[in-house]
Ligand binder design. Structure first.
Ligand code: ZN
Ligand code: ZN
Length: 337
């Protein structure tokens, strides 16, 4: 029996060559222009309403202040976004390359071998656009699930929350906030993405005897558009709602405003990247009311410890050291008793 090679293994060279442009987290001018065009549409339709201020409340403004408010783009938080963006962009190719060339192909081969062990060689289906679309959709759902799972753990395991806090320490939202993450967080999400691509690639590689190659390129392109638009707009201060029915399937940008709010009722909600399916399934979906108040950041109790770039970089290490000290104290207490 000839061993099937999946699309990611086959395309490895091309994948490495195009990583820079196609890893779906890039902020492009086209995306930004689309975002400004949509925001202008909201401004016209809502007569100047729909943009949130530093305080997380909607107010009426002129077009320029609506699109690029001074109070947001001169805020310390927005400046820290720039610093973390530069660091993230420098390190991202390293994580993306490392994990896309190791974890993704290994996962893909493992999935194909597993399926072959269970059911023998795949059915060798012929690929056409319908299958390509399904391949894109499955990749998206698997990616979204892994993103959800990692993000859920970050919100519920204190040692991981120490890392993810850096993303949530943003007191204002700018399109650069999506890259605001601690240096340790990059590799975690890169592994998740590599596993998702590898899993979907393995499944479809088995079904199509490795011949779904064009779908991989199509898939990455399609995915980049969905993720790019959502990623840019959800970290923008303009509230872009989808109709309630659609929000039950796709995360609207304003649903991420909720995710960044420090109010108790908003905590740990809307954890997925693109769809609403996983949040709905696991009970963390929160569809906001129109113009719902969303004060951003960590809240008055801890925000002071996460203001400057330096504070955001050392934050997790300081939290871990504190956790270790508390644990040690607890152990000593137990030994004495
Ligand atoms: Zn989060
Ligand atoms: Zn965010």
């Amino acid at each position: 029996m000839e061993h099937t090679i999946g699309p990611i293994n086959e395309l490895l060279g091309a994948v490495i060559a195009t990583i820079g442009e196609h890893v779906p987290r890039d902020l492009t001018w086209q995306m930004l222009l689309l975002m400004f065009a949509m925001a202008t549409g909201i401004w016209v339709l809502r007569d100047g309403w729909g943009a949130k201020g530093v305080n997380g409340r909607v107010k009426q403004r002129g077009l320029l202040h609506f699109l690029l408010p001074k109070e947001i783009y001169t805020h310390t938080s927005a400046k820290v976004d720039v610093g973390l963006y530069v660091i993230e962009r420098l390190l991202h190719p390293i994580w993306a390359t490392t994990f896309l060339v190791s974890v993704a192909p290994a996962t893909e081969s493992a999935v194909i071998s597993g399926l072959e062990a269970l059911w023998g060689a795949g059915p060798g289906l012929a690929s056409h656009w319908g299958w390509m679309l399904l391949y894109s959709l499955v990749t998206l759902l698997v990616y979204d699930f892994l993103f959800y799972a990692i993000h859920y753990c970050e919100h519920n395991v204190p040692a991981l929350w120490a890392i993810h806090k850096v993303h949530h320490s943003a007191e204002v939202l700018t399109p650069l906030t999506r890259y605001r993450e601690h240096i340790i967080e990059g590799p975690i999400y890169a592994i998740g993405a590599a596993l998702a691509y590898g899993f979907a690639g393995g499944l479809f590689g088995w079904l199509f005897a490795g011949s779904i190659v064009p779908a991989t390129l199509f898939n990455i392109g399609f995915f980049a558009v969905v993720f790019g638009f959502n990623g840019a707009f959800r970290h923008y201060h303009v509230a872009f709602h989808y109709p309630k029915g659609l929000s039950r399937w796709l995360q609207s940008p304003v649903m991420h405003h909720i995710h960044h709010s420090y109010l108790d009722k908003h905590h740990d909600t809307n954890l997925a990247a693109v769809t609403s399916l996983w949040d709905r399934l696991f009970g963390t979906l929160y569809i906001p009311e129109k113009d719902e108040y969303t004060p951003w950041g960590l809240g008055p109790a801890t925000q002071d410890q996460y203001r400057s770039l330096g504070q955001n970089i050392i934050g997790p290490f300081r939290d871990w050291a504190m956790m270790l000290r508390v644990n040690k104290k607890g152990d000593q207490q137990m030994h004495r008793e």
